[in-house]
Design a protein around this ligand. Structure first.
Ligand code: MN
Length: 203
């Protein structure tokens, strides 16, 4: 299998120091270079393990293998989305365009959306994510609370924006205070990028 058929760590669209003071350079560096890389490596190792077993005609514990694969691919995909919906804290503070309208229609106001999304993030049991997703069937933005990297995901819903609330995402900056990290996150959302994802999902 050529490396083009494996996962790789995407570069960040900004510098490691660009998200300060809300996310420190050290925190972001470790998160991207160590944690995200570990999911990339983990997913690739399992793909190669599957290939080897197929080549040798050997049996694998499919249940355990696919569970591990889902966790690692989920981790890779969600982190890639996460980096893409963050930006240095100088952009718009609220969404405009189709996203602004979809949020106002569904939640009544941006403040209400922010409150629900924050509560979703803060209350994730253990490790996981809050995600804003788009349901094509109903034309509604729907908040997902994802446990680990792969539980509670709605199949086929397009994910527009995610917030990582694994402790590894914030422990260096905020210790155990997840709510402070969630509050800081709002300074880093790239609303233009999230709106672009929505426009693509609506097409
Ligand atoms: Mn993470």
């Amino acid at each position: 299998m050529g490396s083009e058929r494996l996962y790789s760590l995407p570069p960040l669209p900004y510098d490691y120091k660009d998200l300060t003071p809300h996310m420190s350079e050290e925190q972001l560096r470790v998160h991207h270079m160590k944690h995200h890389q570990a999911y990339v490596n983990g997913a690739n190792a399992i793909l190669q393990r599957l290939e080897k077993a197929r080549r040798e005609g050997a049996d694998l514990d499919m249940k355990a293998t696919l569970k591990e694969l889902s966790f690692n691919i989920g981790g890779h995909v969600l982190h890639s989305l996460f980096w893409g919906n963050l930006a240095p804290p100088r952009g718009a503070k609220e969404p405009g365009g189709a996203l602004g309208k979809a949020i106002a229609d569904e939640f009544g106001s941006f403040e209400r959306f922010k409150k629900e999304f924050s509560q979703a993030a803060i209350s994730v049991e253990g490790s996981g994510w809050a995600a804003l997703s788009w349901c094509r069937q109903t034309g509604r933005p729907i908040i997902m609370q994802i446990e680990k990297h792969n539980a509670n995901v709605y199949p086929m819903f397009r994910i527009l924006m995610v917030l990582d609330v694994f402790e590894h995402a914030y422990y260096m900056d905020y210790k155990n205070e997840r709510a402070k990290f969630v509050e800081a996150f709002w300074n880093l959302v790239d609303w233009e990028a999230v709106n672009k994802r929505l426009e693509e999902a609506m097409r």
